[in-house]
Design a protein around this ligand. Structure first.
Ligand code: SAM
Length: 553
């Protein structure tokens, strides 16, 4: 490794150690001395979303008692690198499914570029006209007392020439501000904190490639020039290209209630991408928790997904190549059946039974393995575009409209296609967003069918303790408990219910067995464990209380 790259890796290694230093779940025994000023300053002083006491107490906020009791070695991950993948995190010991790999607070947070108005201090989205601009620069703020401290005085002084004062709700200026804010905040932080500068500068930016693309021209025209000419910041174009590239390549989208934005978390950014990742992250109260969703053996890369695992391969590939500038060659991407899920396969309309797999060459005809009929790539593309557009136009909370679209697109694309899968998931959510008493038994049974179908898919594509699985289990248990409550619980034949897949509730049963209740309770336990860091955890507790009261009757 050349000396410069070695230096960058060393900066990132020191940074990873700093996470261990403030991470309460590592246990006091392993905590480095407070004299480690690098780690103390990095995470405790510069974290924009949290004050030290919140970071230090995040263990009690998030960890289950078992986790807090654990005394983990400090180094669970280490940084490796290879020519094809760059730097990436690798497990330095076996990590069990459900374990927290690390926690990290962001170094920079900012609203998402192009989004509507958000409070610059706390990142809450601002609706309607119930907010006023900052008294000095006019930038959007919730108002006094929102508790956020993201809008510093230096930032405020810099933003004055943008002209928001007097017209804080000018949407064009707000859009422009959201584009400028990430480089501004990163520049201000790097000036204030040389150790942070070293870490941020060590991140991947793809700046050279980006310069040749439309995004590079956009950054020159709409970011670098504006920072210099309108805001008077003496920055050259290369630096701005580098910083925007770092953000676009590494930033996480964060959402916690009505807080939304993008955040730079250099530790999390060192996880490479996989289309079937072995970790997931949760962002809550200004801290990101990275957790293993399956067992990760020592020496295996610790991965995260940069895209939506429920999209088909071509959609994921398009997203990764335009936003992250690489081509994923994981097992799933190379397998036209997508690990047997057939997420991109299209039903043959010739025989009505065969599934046509996407050919390796995207211009080639698609062929039905059952009847041999072939369809041109253009015709398939038109079909998928129409399906995608229908999905886009759908009032997604309207269960009847979603059910009708699902029935139609199922006939056109088959049951496994990802557009159909998205509709199945949307239907579960639309039905379960309805007041439970307004749902019919058929609706509830439909939720049970759809969720068992989607849970099988989750096992293939997002295996383990994934958020997708957790949410499906939650909705499934809510529907099951409602049915149990309506029909009553009786100690009847349990053989059907004991079969694989858990709860066997169907329309022919008039009463449900104790076994059913036990199945639902078991699934709720799993769901509570998966959603431990999720805001929906409170809903799990509520369903648990409902089932407890059912049993005690
Ligand atoms: C957030 S960074 C991850 C850390 C990065 N590897 C580094 O060296 O700093 C994202 C970049 O890593 C590379 N990368 C991540 N996952 C990859 C994968 N599965 N295959 C190839 N390159 C990948 C790509 O260059 C991508 O733009």
């Amino acid at each position: 490794m050349e000396a410069e790259e070695q230096q960058r890796v060393s900066a990132l290694e020191r940074y990873m150690t700093s996470l261990a230093a403030i991470n309460p779940s590592w246990g006091d025994q392993d905590k480095p001395e407070a004299s480690d000023s690098f780690s103390e300053r990095l995470q405790l002083e510069y974290c924009p979303t949290k004050r030290p006491e919140v970071l230090r107490s995040s263990g009690s906020l998030f960890s289950s008692p078992e986790e807090q009791d654990e005394r983990r070695p400090r180094e669970v991950v280490e940084i490796h690198s290879s020519p094809g993948f760059g730097r990436y995190l690798v497990a330095s010991r076996n990590i069990a499914a459900g374990e927290v790999v690390f926690r990290e607070a962001p170094l920079v947070v900012a609203p998402k570029a192009g989004s509507g108005a958000s409070c610059l201090a706390c990142l809450r989205s601002l609706q309607g006209s119930e907010w006023a601009g900052c008294q000095q620069c006019g930038a959007p703020l919730c108002g006094r007392g929102c508790g956020g401290d993201g809008h510093s005085q230096e930032e405020c002084r810099l933003l004055v020439p943008l002209g928001l004062k007097g017209q804080p709700q000018n949407t064009v200026l707000i859009k422009q501000l959201s584009v400028l804010l990430t480089p501004i905040r990163t520049i201000l932080l790097m000036k204030k904190a040389p150790p942070v500068k070293e870490v941020i500068a060590a991140l991947q930016s793809h700046a050279e490639e980006r310069r040749r693309l439309p995004i590079g021209r956009f950054v020159d025209e709409h970011v670098a020039k504006v920072l210099r000419a309108r805001l008077g910041l003496p920055v050259d174009s290369d630096i701005v290209q580098h910083l925007c590239g770092i953000f676009d390549t590494n930033a996480f989208e964060i959402s916690d209630g009505d807080i939304r934005g993008r955040a730079l978390l250099p530790g999390g950014a060192l996880m490479n991408h996989s289309c079937s990742p072995n970790t997931q992250h949760w962002y809550r109260n200004g801290v990101m928790t990275v957790r293993a969703v399956v067992d990760i053996p020592e020496g295996a890369p610790v991965t995260n997904t940069y895209t939506n695992s429920l999209w088909g391969t071509r959609a994921r590939a398009a997203h990764l190549s335009t936003s992250k500038l690489f081509t994923c060659e994981c097992e799933r991407c190379l397998d036209p059946t997508e690990l047997g899920s057939h997420l991109s396969s299209v039903l043959c309309r010739g025989c009505g039974g065969g599934l046509m797999l996407p050919p390796a060459d995207c211009r080639a005809d698609w062929e039905c393995p059952a009847c041999g009929k072939s369809v041109s790539a253009g015709a398939i593309e038109t079909l998928l575009r129409a399906g995608g557009a229908a999905l886009g136009r759908l009032p997604i909370g309207d269960a009847a409209a979603v059910a009708a679209a699902l029935a139609h697109l199922r006939r056109l694309l088959g049951d496994a296609h990802y557009i159909v899968v998205e509709l199945k998931y949307a239907l579960v959510q639309a039905l379960m967003a309805t007041a439970l008493e307004a749902l019919t038994e058929d609706d509830l049974l439909n939720v049970l069918d759809l969720t068992s179908d989607l849970l099988r898919l989750a096992d293939l594509l997002e295996p383990g303790l994934s958020r997708f699985r957790g949410i499906l289990l939650l909705e499934r248990c809510r529907a099951a408990v409602e049915l149990l409550q309506r029909r009553g619980v009786a100690d009847c034949d349990t053989t059907a219910a004991a079969s694989a897949g858990g709860t066997q509730l169907n329309s022919s049963q008039s009463v449900y067995s104790v076994q059913n209740v036990e199945d639902v309770s078991r699934q709720l336990e799993e769901c509570a464990f998966i959603l431990h860091y999720d805001s929906r955890h409170d809903d799990v507790i509520e369903v648990k209380q409902r089932i407890t009261s059912l049993i005690s009757f």
